[in-house]
Ligand binder design. Structure first.
Ligand code: IPE
Ligand code: IPE
Ligand code: MG
Length: 239
């Protein structure tokens, strides 16, 4: 098992994943795209358990983007219901595992009220947990997040000269979220797709060919091992 190869003393503090490839996974099997989303639940739970196995503190998963509203209404409706259903069915289990559930994204009128309610209840239920902070990016777009942060800052009549990167960070959806160390996208697409752009300024990027429904904790362990072999310089020189 690749877990043994992971150096527990040099873990990424924050891993972010773009859960991509559900539709293509389904197409390969002559299934509906929505069957691919449904199959992604097993991957989701396994990856969360993998993060817990290693002792990673922050895991952020991209579930629905601000651009995903462009999809057919039936698929959008399915995704809203499916996300609600996962929360209702899985939150007690996640709570027992010590997972703190949070959400980032725009709470606009298009997100069904009942889903927002389940999101709030899941956050409240798990607020005391500290083992792993699982953030679900839902109706999330990094550009929207930065726009929303700038709006808040402007509303405070802050003088231009006092604007800093730290100030912008503190106005993002979750000011407590640490910078992303390891950024992973499945499905063989080499794009950022508007995901955590600010927080990933110095993230190590890993692109996997695996479609999300086939993603398992071993892929996550392998990605962490690869991450640990990288030389992070942050603009400076190697130590
Ligand atoms: C990711 O899988 C899930 C969401 C974007 C909600 P896709 O639905 O994008 O699957 P592909 O990329 O079409 O295969
Ligand atoms: C990114 O995947 C969004 C999520 C995984 C939720 P997409 O499938 O929407 O991204 P593009 O359209 O291929 O860039
Ligand atoms: Mg996709």
């Amino acid at each position: 098992m690749s877990l043994e190869k992971v150096d527990k003393k040099r873990l990424p503090k924050h891993i972010a994943c773009v859960m991509d490839g559900n539709g293509r996974w389904a197409k390969q099997r002559n299934l509906k795209r929505t069957d691919g989303h449904a199959a992604g639940e097993e991957a989701l739970m396994d990856v969360i358990e993998g993060a817990l196995d290693m002792g990673v503190e922050w895991l952020t998963l991209y579930a629905f983007s601000t651009e995903n509203w462009r999809r057919p209404v039936d698929e959008v409706r399915f995704l809203m219901q499916f996300n609600e259903s996962i929360l209702v069915r899985r939150r007690d289990e996640l709570n027992d595992m010590g997972v703190r559930i949070r959400f980032i994204g725009r709470r606009d009128r298009r997100v069904p009220k009942r889903l927002l309610k389940q999101m709030d209840e899941s956050t409240a239920l798990t607020a005391g947990n500290r083992r792993l902070t699982l953030t679900i990016a839902f109706n999330y777009g990094a550009q929207a997040e930065i726009v929303d942060a700038v709006k808040q800052i402007v509303e405070k009549n802050v003088s231009a000269s006092s604007v800093t990167a730290d100030m912008i960070s503190k106005h993002l959806y979750d000011p407590e979220m640490p910078e992303v160390d390891l950024w992973i996208r499945t499905s063989g697409e080499y794009r950022i797709s508007n995901y955590l752009i600010w927080q990933s300024a110095y993230a190590e990027l890993i692109f996997l060919e695996t479609f999300w429904p086939d993603m398992r904790r071993t892929h996550l362990f392998d990605a962490v091992v690869e991450f640990q072999g990288r030389n992070r310089r942050f603009g400076g020189l190697s130590s």
